[in-house]
Design a protein around this ligand. Structure first.
Ligand code: FAD
Length: 391
């Protein structure tokens, strides 16, 4: 039995993408992801299929070899990957970061990188922002990029940077002006495209043992050189460019959570209908049934906000409030669905063969990274509702 989604307005093209991604994902069943997770391996075959089918290039304009579609379509792709039982965390960064390159990159940079990204000859799967001493306070990062002639020399440290070993390029945020010298504290940061194939021993990549299989690393920069032509936009304006991309990222994360949530509720409803204890299917007990129904309702409601935010984004309207609410609602809903799925499966939820514990771990991440739900609530409280700032 499959639960029925509320039918949202969906163009034929969007439905075709959904169907095609579902078909592609059917070649990578739960067992594929379970084995990958168990080995801590990278799902290379899956990412290759996705790249060859052009799905990782949907946001790249047609003139650079992509399909020039919007965040709505990109979000459908990530949703369907997670809904199939997979983990789009293996490859979502190219979509998360694309806006920065498209909106603020020069024509020369777009010509240089986008066609190779669209064809899959180059991978942009790493996004280097977080630092141990700054955490959520991005304006306090201290990794330093100093201009010397036609290069920037980078020194410092990043933490929790995912997929570095499976990417050629990294979108890197670094400090170009010391914090103390700034009048406007949101300036002084710059965004670079770091080609990691060029940096040899100067960039130490130290893999971290994490709860989820994201290939997450600590990075140590020791005089890493970046050609000045790889600076995106204007020096010192990087924080603004990164913020610009956050709405896209939040909508995409919401879609991933919705995909997870639907995977959990489908699985829960199926198991609750089949598992018989005390001579009745466990799903006949409202203590089992209602948490699944509640999570289902929350996922469908979050989905409306996700498509609302995505439509506004694609119409280039302001959508900060909607994008943040979509991310918050969807990640909380998927977590409700994950907990209900654990309860429904009882002891079997802990058996890796059932995939519940794997998806449980994966979806838990979405309320903390790439941005914590506390920061989302702070944004809504302060920027939307006008309450006093906590920071
Ligand atoms: C698996 C994984 C993959 C990741 N991949 C990447 C990546 O590829 N690139 C990258 O740059 N980063 C990545 N991150 C980092 C992630 O974005 C950060 O962990 C996240 O933004 C939170 O930062 P922090 O861990 O330093 O938490 P902190 O900033 O130390 O915060 C800890 C807690 O305190 C809360 N808090 C802090 N200040 C306030 C406040 N004023 N009000 C209320 N609550 C507050 C936070 O919301 C959070 O819940 C990844 C993290 C993980 C776990």
């Amino acid at each position: 039995m499959e639960t029925q989604d509320i039918q949202l307005p969906s163009s034929e093209e969007q439905q075709a993408i959904r169907d095609a991604v579902q078909k592609l994902c059917s070649d990578y069943p739960d067992k594929y992801w379970r084995d990958i997770d168990g080995k801590g391996a990278y799902p290379q075959a899956f990412v290759d299929s996705l790249t060859e089918s052009g799905y990782l290039a949907v946001l790249i304009p047609e003139e650079y070899g992509g399909s020039g579609l919007g965040i709505t379509e990109a979000s459908i792709i990530l949703e369907e990957i997670n809904r199939s039982g997979g983990n789009s965390g293996a490859c979502h960064a190219q979509m998360y970061t694309m806006g920065t390159l498209l909106r603020h990159g020069s024509e020369e940079q777009k010509q240089r990188f986008l066609p190779l990204l669209a064809s899959g000859d180059l991978r942009l799967q790493a996004f280097g922002v977080t630092e141990p001493n700054a955490g959520s306070e991005t304006t306090r990062i201290s990794t330093r990029a100093q201009r010397r002639g036609d290069k920037y020399i980078v020194n410092g440290q990043k933490i929790f940077i995912s997929r570095v070993e499976h990417s050629d390029l990294m979108l890197l945020l670094a400090r170009t002006t010391p914090y103390e010298e700034l009048e406007n504290k949101t300036q002084g940061l710059s965004v670079f495209i770091l080609d990691m194939r060029d940096v040899q021993g100067n960039l130490e990549v130290r893999p971290l043992d994490m709860m989820v299989n994201h290939h997450t690393c600590a990075l140590f920069f020791d005089d890493v050189e970046i050609p000045a032509e790889n600076l995106i936009g204007e020096e010192g304006m990087g924080f603004r460019y990164i913020i610009d991309g956050w709405n896209a990222e939040r909508i995409l994360v919401a879609a991933e959570a919705i995909g997870d949530g639907r995977w959990f509720t489908d699985k829960s409803a199926r198991y609750a209908s089949e598992r018989v204890v005390f001579d009745a299917p466990i799903g006949a007990n409202q203590g089992v049934q209602f948490p699944i129904s509640k999570a289902y309702a929350q996922i469908e409601a979050a989905d409306l906000m996700r498509f609302h935010a995505a439509a506004k984004f694609d119409r280039q309207e302001k959508c900060g409030a909607e994008a943040n609410m979509a991310k918050y609602l969807a990640s909380e809903a998927s977590w409700e669905a994950a907990n209900a799925c654990m309860v429904t499966h009882g002891g079997y939820a802990f058996a890796t063969d059932y995939d519940v514990e794997r998806k449980f771990r994966e979806t838990r991440l979405l309320s903390i990274a790439p941005v914590s739900n506390n920061m989302i609530l702070a944004f809504l409280g302060q920027k939307v509702l006008g309450m006093p700032r906590s920071y």
